[in-house]
Design a protein around this ligand. Structure first.
Ligand SMILES: *[C@@H]1O[C@H](CO)[C@@H](O)[C@H](O)[C@H]1NC(C)=O
Ligand SMILES: *[C@@H]1O[C@H](CO)[C@@H](O)[C@H](O)[C@H]1NC(C)=O
Ligand SMILES: *[C@@H]1O[C@H](CO)[C@@H](O)[C@H](O)[C@H]1NC(C)=O
Ligand SMILES: *[C@@H]1O[C@H](CO)[C@@H](O)[C@H](O)[C@H]1NC(C)=O
Ligand SMILES: *[C@@H]1O[C@H](CO)[C@@H](O)[C@H](O)[C@H]1NC(C)=O
Ligand SMILES: *[C@@H]1O[C@H](CO)[C@@H](O)[C@H](O)[C@H]1NC(C)=O
Ligand SMILES: *[C@@H]1O[C@H](CO)[C@@H](O)[C@H](O)[C@H]1NC(C)=O
Ligand SMILES: *[C@@H]1O[C@H](CO)[C@@H](O)[C@H](O)[C@H]1NC(C)=O
Ligand SMILES: *[C@@H]1O[C@H](CO)[C@@H](O)[C@H](O)[C@H]1NC(C)=O
Ligand SMILES: *[C@@H]1O[C@H](CO)[C@@H](O)[C@H](O)[C@H]1NC(C)=O
Ligand SMILES: CC(=O)N[C@H]1CO[C@H](CO)[C@@H](O)[C@@H]1O
Length: 564
């Protein structure tokens, strides 16, 4: 039996070997090899002239005696020509930025067979070489993100007939986008985020019907969003966030039925949220926060089955939380705070099993928490914020069922009673209970948590002394306790809190003459004002201290101090 199998197996292996030989036998045309070697030499010269400022990049395989199709970062096609150059991050970041000008790319423009060119993250400065790119007519994929290209987008780039993917994000490109952007032929991805483009979004861009991803975020675009945006029928993701766009969100946005992500946050859009968004059946992320949108949230928003993130905070939306939201079986984040929403906070919110972030209330909100002591949540929240929601009585016990909770903000309510032991045990990173009517002392076990980073209890009526073990909260970076009735000395252990960034103990009854220890820890913000401290002021404060407030205490012996 063995021999009968040997022969076919052998032939199979021979085929395999032939196959691998034929792959490596491609060799790039000599002029392409020379172009790459020229590029390497230029890069090496820049490296040499900056030898101290950064490590040289491994282009060791770019060896004149070998076939350039075998080189790292180079891909050839079966027709023996270079088709891909993956030259991302070849100029590493350093403290001493190296000046690499865009003419370093010149040799690459002789490689006319290029389909993919990735030169991202290289700090290349200067204008985008227009004629050079105009020659790379085979280009399909061009990634130039994270460089220092300035000036505008050359029309030669826009006219590349085969270009499908263009990423110019995170550069200092500027100027207006002209009507020529309508000339992109087969572009599916256009990323222009984090540049300095200005002016309006030209309606010609909405003629590029092949677009699937359009990212214009973090620029200075202004004016209205044309209703012609609805022509981009293939669009799956639209990022317009962080611009100065105004006017209405056009109804035609509802024509983009393939949209999965819509980001228009941090603009100046006004008017209502178009009801047509309920046509966007594939929508997963809707972020309209921080605009001036008004009127009610479209009632049909819950008819979008794949919705996972809804962010509508910081607008002027009115009316109730639409009941259809309870049908969103994939909802993970719901941010509605800082609107003019009204009505009861529905208990069904806590039945959405996928929900992990819920943010309600805030400035302008009239949403009310009706004493729901018997709530049995089915969700498992990681973040819960219900500020100014009319919570009264004790801190609701059902919160203890939220085993994943990591951030809790119940500020600006009328909560009473002591800091609950169950809340201490929850081991939460951020606790904000400011502006309530809580009383009693701050429980010492709270400071045994290695997770606690933010504790804000301002303007309650906590009393007693700071626990001696406070310094054990080794990750605490913000401790904000102003406006309580806390008293006593500052515990010695606080001088170990080297992560502390913000310390506000103002408007309490702390006393003692030994606050000098704060001179030794790096603390950008310290407010000890309106207490009963007396005695020596620390004579030196860390150079990191930006704000120091000591007013409203007893007379200090030393009036002047210095920062080092
Ligand atoms: C573009 O960058 C080059 C190289 O850093 C610089 O010399 C030139 O002044 C810049 N041009 C503009 C308009 O910023
Ligand atoms: C582009 O092509 C033209 C015409 O073939 C040629 O004259 C020019 O030198 C090329 N430019 C670059 C930068 O390769
Ligand atoms: C809201 O948007 C404005 C610009 O419209 C911006 O200046 C501000 O920082 C944004 N606020 C937040 C909280 O992001
Ligand atoms: C929702 O997501 C699922 C899974 O990703 C997908 O199969 C489906 O087509 C999406 N769209 C709708 C409308 O459910
Ligand atoms: C939730 O979906 C079901 C089934 O599609 C529907 O009958 C019901 O009316 C929806 N509920 C709300 C509040 O929209
Ligand atoms: C939440 O779910 C529980 C258990 O399925 C159910 O008994 C209760 O009626 C639901 N509450 C709301 C407000 O939908
Ligand atoms: C909420 O209900 C509980 C139990 O019924 C009660 O003890 C508490 O005082 C109520 N709180 C308010 C503000 O009505
Ligand atoms: C609190 O969380 C930290 C970090 O996740 C963990 O190391 C610690 O054991 C937890 N403590 C308690 C009491 O759960
Ligand atoms: C705060 O608590 C103290 C006792 O700890 C009490 O004397 C005082 O009246 C309380 N202040 C307020 C505003 O409730
Ligand atoms: C401050 O003085 C008190 C009483 O003398 C003492 O218990 C405490 O340890 C001192 N704290 C520091 C930081 O020196
Ligand atoms: C083809 C299509 O769906 N057109 C719609 C685009 O959006 C406007 C405004 O919502 C509708 O009136 C069109 O019917």
């Amino acid at each position: 039996m063995a021999t009968t199998f040997t022969t076919p197996l052998l032939i199979f292996y021979i085929f395999l070997m032939l196959d691998s030989i034929s792959i490596s036998s491609f060799s790039c045309p000599l002029h392409q090899k020379q172009a790459l070697l020229h590029f390497k030499t230029t890069l090496a010269a820049i490296h040499d002239s900056n030898s101290n400022s950064f490590q040289s990049v491994e282009l060791n395989s770019w060896n004149p005696s070998s076939d350039c199709c075998t080189w790292d970062r180079v891909v050839c096609s079966t027709t023996t020509a270079i088709t891909e150059l993956n030259l991302y991050s070849i100029v590493p970041e350093s403290d001493n930025p190296v000046l690499v000008f865009s003419d370093i790319l010149t040799p690459l423009f002789h490689i006319r067979s290029l389909k993919l060119l990735d030169i991202s993250n290289n700090q290349i400065a200067g204008r985008i070489p227009s004629d050079g790119f105009g020659n790379l007519t085979q280009l399909v994929h061009l990634d130039m993100m994270l460089n220092n290209f300035n000036g505008s987008i050359p029309s030669q780039l826009i006219q590349l007939p085969n270009l499908q993917y263009l990423d110019l994000s995170v550069n200092p490109l500027l100027g207006k986008l002209g009507p020529e952007v309508g000339s992109f032929r087969s572009l599916t991805t256009l990323r222009l985020g984090y540049n300095n483009f200005q002016g309006s979004i030209p309606r010609q861009l909405f003629e590029v019907k092949s677009l699937r991803i359009l990212d214009l975020s973090n620029n200075f675009f202004q004016g209205v969003l044309s209703s012609e945006v609805g022509k981009l029928k293939n669009l799956e993701r639209l990022y317009l966030d962080e611009n100065f766009l105004s006017g209405n969100v056009p109804d035609e946005i509802g024509n983009l039925t393939k949209l999965t992500e819509l980001y228009i946050k941090n603009n100046q859009f006004s008017g209502r949220i178009p009801g047509s968004i309920t046509n966007l059946k594939e929508l997963e992320i809707l972020d309209l926060s921080n605009n001036s949108l008004s009127m009610q949230i479209p009632a049909g928003i819950g008819r979008l089955p794949n919705m996972t993130i809804i962010e509508l905070s910081k607008n002027q939306l009115t009316g109730p939380i639409p009941s259809s939201i309870q049908n969103l079986s994939k909802l993970e984040t719901l941010r509605l705070q800082h609107n003019n929403l009204a009505g009861d906070i529905p208990t069904w919110l806590f039945n959405i099993t996928t929900l992990s972030g819920l943010f309600l209330g805030g400035e302008g909100s009239s949403l009310m928490w009706n004493n729901k002591t018997d709530l049995v949540p089915r969700c498992s929240l990681a973040q819960l914020s219900m500020t100014s929601c009319g919570l009264s009585g004790k801190i609701p016990k059902w919160i203890s069922s939220q085993k994943e909770l990591d951030f809790l903000d119940l500020s600006l309510n009328q909560l009473e009673g002591r800091f609950p032991d169950w809340l201490v045990e929850m081991n939460i990173s951020g606790i904000v209970l400011s502006d309530n009517k809580l009383t009693g002392s701050i429980p010492p076990p709270l400071f045994e948590s290695l997770k606690l980073q933010l504790l804000a209890l301002s303007r309650n009526n906590f009393s007693g002394e700071l626990p001696e073990n406070i310094g054990n909260a080794g990750r605490l970076s913000m401790l904000i306790l102003s406006g309580n009735s806390l008293s006593g000395q500052i515990p010695m252990s606080m001088s170990n809190m080297y992560r502390l960034q913000v310390l506000d103990l103002s408007r309490n009854r702390f006393s003692g003459d030994n606050i000098s220890m704060f001179g030794d820890i790096i603390l950008p913000y310290i407010d000890l004002s309106y207490n009963d401290f007396f005695g020596n002021i620390p004579t030196t404060f860390s150079s990191e201290t930006l704000i120091l407030s000591l007013g409203g205490n007893k007379v200090f012996r030393r009036a002047a101090f210095k920062f080092d």
